[in-house]
Design a protein around this ligand. Structure first.
Ligand SMILES: [Zn+2]
Length: 258
C-alpha cells in the first residue's frame, strides 16, 4: 500500500522518525510520498527520499508560506526539483481559510510553481481550501501541459470532483473519511475508484480510532479499510487500484510487486 501524501520531515516526527518509517514498512506500506511545504521542508523531504528506499519526495511552497517565495528561493526550488527521487511539485495551491499569506501573493506563487511543473514536465500536488473555483480556474490554464496532478485531501462533493477529473487530474482522500458525517466519505463512495489515491497527510488528520494521536503512514491502511467499507468492495481491491493510480501519477518504478 502507498501513503501518497505525508510530512515526515515535520517536527512532530523528531525523535520518532525512523521508528515511524520502520513501522510503516512492517505494516506493508512499501512506498511513501513525502510532500514539501516550504524550501527547508522540501530540502528535508529530498534528503529523506535519498536515505530511504521506500520514500519519494515532492518539492514546493505551500500557500501558507507563499510569501517566502523569492527569486532566490525559486531558483533553489528549481534545482531541488531536478534532483533524483523527486516525483512532483507540491504542495502548492490556495488557502483562503487561514489566509496565512496575502491572496494575491498566494496566486502569484501558485502560478509560478505550476509554470515550473510545466517546464520540468512534472505532476503537481494541489492544496485548496475555501478557494476551489479560483484553484480550478488557475489549474485550467496549465493542465493540458502537465502530466497530471492530484487535489489532495479533497473536500468537495462528487460534482466538484468531476471538474477535477475533467482536467485530467485525480483526488486523494485521508483520515477525514473515517469521521462521522464526513462529506468526503460520501464523495469518496461515489466517484470512480481509479481516480482516487490514499493518503494520511501525517502528522495531521489522524483517522478513527487513533484521533488525538500523531498521524503516521502506517495508518493509511485505516483509510483503505474505510474506503472499502464505503464502497462495498474488498480492501485488497482498493489497495490494488489506488496503488496503480499512484504509481501512474508519480511514475514510480514497479519494484515491489504489491
Ligand atoms: Zn499536506
Amino acid at each position: 500500500m502507498i501513503d501518497s501524501h505525508c510530512h515526515l520531515d515535520f517536527d512532530a516526527f523528531d525523535g520518532i522518525r525512523e521508528d515511524v518509517i520502520e513501522e510503516a514498512r512492517t505494516a506493508g506500506i512499501h512506498t511513501i510520498i513525502n510532500v514539501g511545504a516550504d524550501l527547508a521542508s522540501s530540502e528535508r523531504s529530498v534528503k529523506l527520499a535519498q536515505t530511504h528506499d521506500a520514500i519519494r519526495a515532492t518539492v514546493g511552497i505551500h500557500p501558507h508560506d507563499a510569501k517566502t517565495l523569492t527569486d532566490g528561493t525559486f531558483a533553489q526550488l528549481k534545482k531541488l526539483a531536478a534532483t533524483d527521487r523527486v516525483v512532483a511539485i507540491g504542495e502548492i495551491g490556495l488557502d483562503y481559510y487561514r489566509d496565512l499569506s496575502p491572496r494575491p501573493v498566494q496566486r502569484k506563487t501558485f502560478n509560478r510553481q505550476l509554470q515550473l511543473a510545466v517546464e520540468m514536465k512534472m505532476p503537481v500536488v494541489i492544496h485548496t481550501r475555501e478557494a476551489f473555483e479560483e484553484t480550478i480556474e488557475i489549474v485550467e490554464k496549465y493542465a493540458h501541459n502537465l502530466p497530471g496532478g492530484v487535489f489532495h485531501c479533497f473536500s468537495g462533493d462528487a460534482g466538484d470532483a468531476s471538474r477535477v477529473f475533467d482536467l485530467g487530474f485525480i483526488i486523494s482522500v485521508g483520515g477525514v473519511i473515517t469521521y462521522k458525517n464526513s462529506g468526503m466519505a460520501r464523495m469518496a463512495a461515489e466517484v470512480p475508484l481509479d481516480k482516487i489515491m490514499l493518503e494520511t497527510d501525517a502528522p495531521y488528520l489522524t483517522p478513527v480510532p487513533h484521533r488525538g494521536k500523531t498521524n503516521r503512514p502506517a495508518y493509511v491502511s485505516l483509510v483503505c479499510d474505510k474506503l472499502a467499507e464505503l464502497r462495498g468492495v474488498p480492501a485488497g481491491e482498493i489497495e490494488k487500484v489506488t496503488d496503480r493510480t499512484c504509481r501512474k501519477l508519480f511514475r514510480l518504478v514497479e519494484t515491489f510487486g504489491g
